[in-house]
Write a protein that binds this ligand. Structure first.
Ligand code: ADP
Ligand code: MG
Length: 346
């Protein structure tokens, strides 16, 4: 949906656009198939943007015979491409892997590099780095799947150190997939089992009774923060259904905050972006504790939802930057980042 939205809005007077879709099976579809999959009409059906293993002649990257030279060579999927806008969410898209491929290929790309993307994906490493930089994060414990298999009782009792309710999440995922709120031991055990189904590493946190505030960050070395927005989830927390299915969650832009809080959260957003070495864009998500008034950085999303009605673009629109201009600026930032990385000193 995000990719279709970008295709629709991108400034065609500046950019020649080559659509490229990747199937769930990992096939990079040829341009003609990608174009029809990503065409605005079809994208209205959210099930069609990514397809399951279609019969096609796409070149699977990493398959025998494929090479990086082929990747942006005369017949590869990236032939003649100057900049890639990887509108991809989650593992193998937003986690530094595709970014590494583009890095090796020498093609400029929108968004964070390998390190920033990888840190943004891993909830544990992200918190470690944020905490190191003095940013407020919710306390956490993390466990590996082998521990869950071999030392289940210890994992459960250590997870209980925060009391109830607590949150259990896969360390590397997103979209609230595999995320549960546990109110007692039975729910905790179910929640851990569910999270370990999705990931080999799991994170447990105390539940914060919080408002959920989000800030857009844009830039490379001198990132700037958008105004803040608030999510009011339709469910007990912002789970998958509340995010994507029931259409009842509310976005409030701007968030109703005191001037001090609004300024503080924007400053925290930029500090978090810098601490994680993000570039281009990220949406910084916060909890504002209703009991204490304290801010916590929950997470940074290095490729946030990017349809024209998603939070990130809407925050910028409300801050005075239109959706098409946002896309152009991100592409300019990608080019200047590449030039800087490959340019000579001085
Ligand atoms: N410690 C917490 N306290 C309160 N709510 C939480 C906590 N952790 C997660 N949540 C709820 O779960 C949602 C998804 O968790 P999040 O960490 O943002 O993972 P994802 O990467 O899947 O978006 C949050 O938007 C929030 O509603
Ligand atoms: Mg989230």
């Amino acid at each position: 949906m995000s990719a279709a939205s970008v295709l629709k809005a991108i400034d065609r007077s500046r950019f020649d656009v080559v659509p490229l879709a990747i199937s769930k099976a990992g096939k990079w579809l040829p341009e003609s198939q990608s174009a029809s999959l990503l065409s605005a009409g079809k994208a209205a059906d959210s099930s069609v943007v990514v397809v399951d293993d279609p019969a096609n002649d796409g070149t699977p990257i990493g398959s025998p015979g494929s090479s990086l030279i082929g990747f942006n060579g005369p017949t590869g999927p990236m032939r003649g491409v100057d900049v890639v806008f990887p509108v991809l969410h989650g593992p193998f898209g937003e986690d530094g892997t595709v970014q590494g491929l583009l890095e090796l290929s020498g093609i400029a790309y929108v968004g964070s590099g390998v390190l920033g993307s990888a840190l943004g994906m891993d909830k544990v490493k992200m918190k470690e780095v944020l905490a190191f930089h003095g940013l407020p994060v919710v306390d956490w414990r993390s466990f590996r799947r082998w521990q869950w298999r071999q030392e289940r009782d210890r994992v459960v009792s250590e997870s209980e150190c925060f009391g109830y309710p607590c949150f259990v999440k896969p360390a590397n995922l997103g979209s609230s997939i595999g995320v549960s709120k546990a109110k007692h031991r039975t729910e905790l055990v179910t929640a851990l089992a569910e999270a370990f189904r999705h990931d080999e590493k799991v994170i447990v946190e105390p539940a914060i009774d919080a408002r959920e505030i989000e800030v857009g960050v844009l830039g490379n070395h001198h990132p700037r923060a958008s105004i803040a927005g608030e999510i009011v989830p339709s469910n007990e927390f912002y789970d998958y259904a509340a995010k994507y299915l029931d259409g009842k969650s509310e976005l409030h832009i701007p968030a109703s905050l005191t001037e001090t809080d609004a300024a503080e959260v924007r400053e925290l957003a930029v500090r978090a972006f810098t601490a994680l070495e993000c570039s281009g864009l990220a949406r910084a998500d916060f909890f504002l504790d209703r009991q204490t008034g304290k801010w916590f950085v929950n997470e940074l999303n290095t490729m946030p939802g990017f349809t024209s009605i998603s939070m990130y673009p809407k925050l910028w629109e409300a801050s005075g930057l239109s959706y098409p201009d946002l896309i152009s600026e991100l592409i300019d930032l990608a080019v200047s980042r590449r030039e800087e990385r490959h340019g000579s000193i001085g």
